[in-house]
Design a protein around this ligand. Structure first.
Ligand code: BG6
Ligand code: MG
Length: 215
């Protein structure tokens, strides 16, 4: 029986996936990388900041030291965080708040499971902070999705067994992480064609029906 739903953040609860792309694009342009596209960005979804940087650097022959890479990741983060200044509750994806309230009314626990170290800031700005029973994010983990660590920490914080958790994800890395962690996985958006997902939906409004599959 499903006892908890763990939500990815960027691209599932909020529209920040677009802001990540724009910040990486700005950095790529600065590095004279002209062909960094949305297709590349799909592979950045769900993975850590440093892993996302590698996706950008694949597009250049230039070699960077670890120190330079850390500086580039920091530069991207500064661009990204400054773009978050305008973030508000209107950037929460349609249907998210209602579904979280529905889960609460059914006694199903909720958590966030995100690679982002900016998770607390984003939850605060979008007024989602305080809506979840637990938050697990890049500040808690040592391993990035597709490793299941972030979801297993969320389950532990909730006190729910992994086999009783459903993960909602828009990234292939996140679907992989959920399944490796022994959880059910609902794919949304960019991950909708992932064959490892238990069910795929186009928009959060379909979550109610998707959940009945696991009942
Ligand atoms: C994930 C995004 O949620 O967080 C990735 O999908 C991003 O694209 C990762 O790289 C890390 O985010 P942050 O905010 O810590 O740089
Ligand atoms: Mg995501």
């Amino acid at each position: 029986m499903i006892k908890a739903v763990i939500f990815d953040l960027d691209g599932v609860l909020v529209t920040t996936d677009e802001l990540h792309f724009e910040a990486w694009k700005t950095l790529a342009d600065k590095l004279d990388i002209k062909d960094f596209t949305k297709a590349d960005n799909v592979r950045q979804r769900g993975v850590s900041r440093m892993a996302s940087l590698e996706v950008v650097l694949e597009k250049t022959d230039r070699a960077f030291s670890e120190e330079e890479k850390l500086a580039l990741a920091e530069e991207k983060n500064e661009i990204y965080v400054s773009s978050l200044s305008a973030l508000s509750e209107t950037d929460v994806l349609s249907g998210a708040n209602e579904f979280i309230d529905y889960l609460k009314s059914k006694g199903i626990k909720t958590a966030v499971g995100s690679a982002s170290k900016n998770t607390p800031l984003i939850l605060e700005k979008t007024k989602l902070a305080g809506k979840f029973d637990a938050v697990s994010c890049g500040l808690d983990t040592t391993k990035s999705k597709p490793d299941p660590e972030v979801f297993l920490i969320a389950a532990k914080k909730l006190g729910v067994a992994p086999c009783d958790c459903v993960v909602v994800e828009d990234s292939d890395a996140g679907i992989e992480a959920a399944k490796t962690g022994g959880m059910y996985a609902i794919a949304v958006g960019a991950a909708e064609y992932n064959p490892k997902a238990d069910v795929a939906i186009k928009a959060l409004e379909s979550l109610y029906r998707a959940l009945t599959i696991f009942a």
